[in-house]
Write a protein that binds this ligand. Structure first.
Ligand SMILES: Cc1cc2nc3c(=O)[nH]c(=O)nc-3n(C[C@H](O)[C@H](O)[C@H](O)COP(=O)(O)OP(=O)(O)OC[C@H]3O[C@@H](n4cnc5c(N)ncnc54)[C@H](O)[C@@H]3O)c2cc1C
Length: 301
């Protein structure tokens, strides 16, 4: 991919980064360069930037990169870094708040606890943004993102905004079906119950439970595969004898078989090879097709 081919408006030229290594922006610490990387100051700045882009410019919206494999050849077009500028979080009334897409789920969870709103503790251990949680219908410990959503503010690639009711979206286990393609989340109105009993301590307990069973702190994308109906991906991978299997610097975690950890310098090609090997072995031994939970983007080298 050649850097420097995409022209942006003079007003923004000094503020975009070209050939930005995506390995700096993904929890796997893997990924080639983004052709152009933009960190908006706020929502208005983002919409103004989008309106100046040449029609048809490829766009990729990035949260905290915690569910993302960027291939080694990088991403063509523009990467929008939502967590830099979409950071507002406000209470609207007793039970409702608005939260911009770049707000980390952990901040949202902590703030809900301070406001006496529940159930939001499940969001505490999800190391992504609200935007990523909306896109993935992220969830944990029985809680899910979309049951809390009342409406979302979205925009298209040209920066045109609109508000959609939650009912415009279908959602299921770690996926949503949006009503239209080419729309991105700017913010959401979320409704909780007023339940001031939930404490920071309860939240810390959930975080501790994760720490005991998952390789938290190591470079991964969390669960690699969704759980097949009635079973657990981790159980199948372990039963296939794959715990500890390594290709290059990517390894099936000895602590939790559904986590693939980057030991130091894994490439996206290594990750894709290990993912394919696991799928092949689990299919061969148990006849189960494992589906990746993470998103893969970008070009191969
Ligand atoms: C240690 C660890 C533990 C994890 N535990 C959990 C868990 O318990 N439950 C769970 O559900 N997930 C878990 N995950 C996965 C991940 O944190 C979630 O999927 C999270 O919601 C991704 O958010 P993100 O901001 O990092 O999104 P990214 O990884 O940056 O992006 C993911 C996808 O969302 C899209 N996206 C991001 N923001 C927007 C936006 N504003 N508008 C439109 N599209 C957007 C991106 O384009 C991309 O396709 C874990 C990950 C790690 C590393």
């Amino acid at each position: 991919m050649s850097a420097g081919t995409l022209i942006v408006d003079a007003e923004f030229e000094s503020r975009v980064r070209r050939a930005e290594p995506m390995s700096r922006h993904t929890s796997w610490h893997v990924g080639g360069p983004a052709e152009l990387y933009f960190s908006p100051r706020d929502r208005a700045d983002l919409l103004a930037f989008l309106a100046t882009l040449p029609e048809g410019t490829p766009l990729f919206w990035l949260g905290l990169g915690s569910n993302l494999l960027v291939r080694d050849g990088g991403i063509r077009g523009v990467v929008v870094d939502t967590q830099s500028g979409l950071t507002r979080l406000e209470r609207i009334n007793d039970t409702t708040l608005t939260c911009e897409a770049g707000v980390p789920c952990a901040r949202l969870a902590r703030q809900c606890i301070k406001w006496g709103l529940a159930p939001a503790e499940f969001l505490a251990g999800i190391p992504g943004t609200l935007g990523g949680a909306l896109f993935m219908n992220a969830g944990a410990f029985g809680g899910e993102t979309w049951p809390r959503v009342r409406s979302v503010d979205v925009c298209d690639a040209r920066g045109n905004e609109r508000r959609r009711p939650a009912g415009d979206y279908q959602y299921g286990y770690r996926h949503i079906v949006p009503p239209a393609q080419g729309e991105y989340f700017l913010a959401a109105a979320l409704e909780f119950e007023y339940r001031p009993g939930v404490t920071e301590e309860a939240m810390r307990e959930l975080l501790l439970r994760r720490k005991e069973t998952q390789p938290i702190g190591e470079w991964s994308c969390g669960s690699t595969f969704t759980n097949p109906p009635g079973d657990h991906a981790a159980r199948l991978i372990e039963a296939a004898g794959l715990k500890g299997t390594r290709i290059g610097d990517i390894m099936v975690s000895p602590k939790h078989a559904n986590f693939l950890v980057n030991i130091e310098a894994a490439t996206a090609a290594d990750v894709e090879r290990l993912v394919a090997l696991i799928q092949q072995e689990v299919q061969r031994k148990f006849g189960v097709q494992l589906i990746p939970e993470f998103r893969t983007v970008g070009e191969t080298l």
